[in-house]
Design a protein around this ligand. Structure first.
Ligand SMILES: [Zn+2]
Length: 454
């Protein structure tokens, strides 16, 4: 199992925060039972690949993709034993459905084409590191609006620039409230969608002033800042490795899903301050999608997404998780830098801007801390903006003298912090690291607060 760090926040609820994901519920969103072929002889011949007759008689004919053959949808998972009589095929990027009679006349009040990533193993699909979080946008239901017709077609266009293969099914709601689901196609490619080479479109009104904090002079790192930066004093979760979190990739950000202008502005506020506390990142919005090393995904979670057994791998967690940061499989994702900085998922709820600042704090290296006023405390007494200690600790992680995975002792030496009485007393009582002894960070934190989206 590849390493996966999931750090989560719920600003106002009681969800557990922290804790890695090590297993996946085997319950599938879409059943994987294969659709049975229809009974007409011509179709049957084309969809029976195990017969020796097919092997001998089709040796010179081009292979027929079974997805393109009309097939009766079978294998309904349906508590009331109701199911929709329908045949399906997939051709030219379009799901085509033929009903025996219209869905409405069969007693169904809602119908959706339901998709989910088909990447295997499933665990990787749902921790989503292999696609830097993009695959999770492919868990969706596309409503069929016309329930009076005997046939409908739904063209499947990739919702993301980074495309994945998907499994396709149907979710049909009977007028008695019963929801019936069936798989149609276990693995298909999109034939249309946006491209990685497309420009990242930043909304009007969002701008980054890289010189906003140019008067700031970085103070030397303190013992408090270093211990704060990597020492877990997490009231909710188990401690993670106390290591420096510093990747060599430049920070190239774009937002995906359903971000609002406020999400973009919040990231712009953060990019400005990173110019002076983490200059090596060269932090900015990416110009094209293939340049992105740090994607931020914002989603408005539908109730059905919160209820699926797969919710723990999205921000759509019914237990109140508002977002998460993942740095697992950090080597994949970015194509131009060869190194990704992980990704963030945010549920577009009431506290999503606060959650976003918190999760980017994780991405900059910060753990949870038990210090009032920090963005990184969960959930009580949380600040609304990175405070002086948060800023000083990010500077430690991104200091040019510290490198990824350095231990506390290695980082102390690298930063020339003396192993004196102050150091030892801070280690003995880590509540003392909440103090920020660098006035320059107090000024910067106050400026950041006044300049940030309220
Ligand atoms: Zn967190």
């Amino acid at each position: 199992m590849r390493k996966l760090a999931v750090l989560m926040l719920s600003a106002m609820t009681l969800s557990a925060c922290g804790g890695g994901v090590s297993s996946v519920n085997s319950e599938a969103l879409i059943t994987t039972e294969a659709a049975a072929p229809t009974t007409t002889s011509t179709i049957k011949a084309s969809t029976a690949p195990t017969t020796t007759q097919k092997q001998t008689t089709t040796s010179t004919a081009p292979a027929v993709d079974p997805k393109t053959i009309w097939t009766s949808v079978q294998g309904w998972d349906c508590a009331s034993n109701r199911h929709l009589a329908v045949s399906a095929r997939y051709a030219n990027g379009t799901v085509e459905l033929e009903f025996s009679t219209s869905p409405s006349s069969q007693g169904f009040s809602e119908l959706a084409v339901q998709t989910a990533p088909s990447i295997t193993p499933r665990e990787y699909a749902w921790d989503a590191n292999s696609t830097s979080g993009s695959s999770l946008h492919h868990l969706r239901r596309i409503a069929v609006t016309d329930l009076e017709s005997n046939s409908v077609s739904v063209t499947l266009t990739s919702p993301t620039q980074r495309q994945v293969n998907i499994q396709v099914g149907l979710a049909a709601t009977h007028s008695d409230g019963t929801i019936c689901q069936a798989n149609i196609f276990p693995n298909i490619d999109y034939e249309s969608g946006p491209s990685l080479s497309d420009a990242v479109l930043i909304p009007d009104g969002v701008s980054v002033n890289n010189d906003r904090y140019s008067s700031f002079v970085m103070p030397e790192p303190t013992a408090q800042a270093l211990i704060y930066s990597i020492s877990q004093n997490d009231p909710y979760g188990p401690a993670v490795d106390e290591n420096i979190f510093d990747y060599p990739a430049k920070l190239r950000v774009a937002l995906y899903g359903e971000p609002t202008t406020n999400h973009w502005r919040t990231v712009a506020d953060i990019l400005e301050v990173l110019q002076v506390i983490a200059p090596d990142l060269d932090a900015r919005f990416a110009q094209t999608h293939d340049e992105v090393t740090f994607p931020i995904h914002v989603t408005t979670c539908a109730n059905w997404q919160k209820q699926t057994a797969l919710r723990r791998f999205t921000a759509c967690n019914a237990n109140g998780m508002g977002g998460y940061f993942s740095n697992g499989d950090i080597q994949s994702g970015a194509t131009t830098s060869s190194v990704s900085r992980g990704f963030v998922w945010i549920d577009n709820g009431t506290y999503s801007v606060t959650n976003l600042r918190h999760e980017i704090g994780h991405a900059m290296g910060l753990p949870h801390v038990n210090c009032a006023g920090s963005m990184m405390i969960v959930p009580d007494n949380q600040g609304q903006f990175w405070n002086a200690s948060d800023l000083g600790a990010i500077a430690v992680h991104q200091d040019s003298r510290t490198t990824d995975k350095m231990t506390l002792e290695q980082a102390r030496k690298a930063l020339n912090i003396p192993q004196d009485y102050t150091w030892e007393s801070l280690l003995a009582d880590r509540t003392k690291v909440c103090d920020n002894p660098s006035p320059a960070f107090d000024v910067l934190a106050a400026d950041l607060k006044s300049n940030s989206l309220k």
